[in-house]
Design a protein around this ligand. Structure first.
Ligand code: SF4
Ligand code: SF4
Length: 336
């Protein structure tokens, strides 16, 4: 049961008996989740993507039409003008590059001196009109975060679509050639691993070492860091779990693996997530579940500064066990 100011959506994420996440925090003397200061601004530029991956929590794909408008981005800029704490802007999608405003927006953010992270699916650079993306990324010194859930073709293609692995490897080679991921270049290229099925990721440091050896030996590819991310039991991945009658077991695994140290470090404590239509959410997962921030719906037009969101309680649900299981999980990888 939810307590005042907290929202429970247990039924949305788990059909079995899943202990209330907020109650679990209280039982472990962790108190309620509260935002400290917004340091990371995550913006979903839209749901259009050139891929349609099995596990996609955004349910993105080539036929999605939702995309952020220039006016919404200009409003975000006005709010940034009055904000002191934001240091990083994390651009997601879909494939954020497929929004017509993408390059204009990245350049505006960089002119402000903000770090810009782009969640790049790698294959987007082979889309018509996007072939010069690697040079654009380099000229703007963006930080790339690229999905590559395995170093073998079968596993990647099974999750992300036929031919995706070969294109991803070719994209990584092109990015390496202009410096991304190459030690000493100052151009960061992180890879993202998520499990293929209903299991927790292995230890990040060990898997990073395996990736480094395999990608170097097999393909001559370099990267900066490997980030391991737990699959969230929502949207397409939840549907897959249900088809395989594995949903309740996966939720139980997440609950049984609750790690208090990870709970103390979850990413929502330092971020805010803006959807393509300007709504504010505590994180990308809450955004996809349309779980509004505590206190009701707020938008980019109803706030003056991102700083004013510091101290707010965070809306939680049973999907939050995905962030606190094992070594923890966030858009930046392991937490503890
Ligand atoms: S590339 Fe990313 S956004 Fe696109 S469908 Fe796959 S997981 Fe979703
Ligand atoms: S899903 Fe994770 S990041 Fe989002 S509110 Fe829950 S704990 Fe925070």
């Amino acid at each position: 049961m939810a307590v005042s100011g907290e929202i429970s959506i247990e039924a949305a994420a788990g059909e079995g008996v899943v202990p209330d996440f907020a109650a679990t925090l209280r039982a472990r003397s962790l108190g309620r989740l509260q935002r400290r200061q917004v340091v990371t601004l995550q913006i979903n530029l839209g749901k259009l993507c050139n891929q349609a991956c099995l596990h996609c929590h955004v349910e993105a794909g080539p036929r999605r039409t939702e995309r952020i408008e220039r006016a919404t981005l200009e409003r975000i800029e006005a709010v940034l003008d009055r904000s002191q704490g934001v240091e990083v802007v994390d651009l997601t999608g879909g494939a954020p590059e497929l929004n017509d405003n993408f390059r204009w927006w990245v350049a505006r953010l960089r002119q402000r001196g903000l770090r810009v992270m782009v969640r790049c699916n790698l294959t987007v650079i082979f889309v018509d009109g996007q072939h010069d993306l690697p040079h654009f990324y380099r000229d703007q010194a963006v930080e790339l975060v690229c999905s590559l859930p395995c170093y073998t073709a079968d596993n990647v293609d099974r999750q992300r679509g036929s031919g995706v692995f070969d294109q991803s490897i070719e994209a990584l080679r092109r990015l390496n050639r202009i410096g991304f991921g190459v030690p000493g270049s100052g151009l960061r290229l992180d890879l993202v691993y998520n499990p293929l099925g209903a299991s927790l990721p292995p230890a990040q440091a060990e898997l990073e070492e395996r990736y480094r050896v395999e990608l170097r030996q097999l393909f001559g590819i370099e990267f900066s860091r490997l980030l391991t991310i737990t699959n969230m039991p929502i949207k397409r991945f939840a549907q897959q779990l249900r088809r395989e009658a594995a949903h309740d077991d996966y939720m139980q695994l997440l609950v049984d693996s609750f790690n208090p140290a990870a709970a103390g470090a979850v990413m929502c404590r330092d971020m805010i997530s803006v959807s393509w239509d300007g709504q504010l959410y505590d994180c990308d997962f809450n955004q996809m579940l349309e779980l509004p921030v505590v206190g009701g719906r707020r938008t980019i037009w109803t706030i003056e500064s991102f700083d004013e969101l510091g101290g707010d309680a965070i809306a939680t649900g049973s999907h939050c066990y995905g962030c606190t299981a094992g070594a923890g999980s966030s858009c930046g990888g392991e937490l503890a």
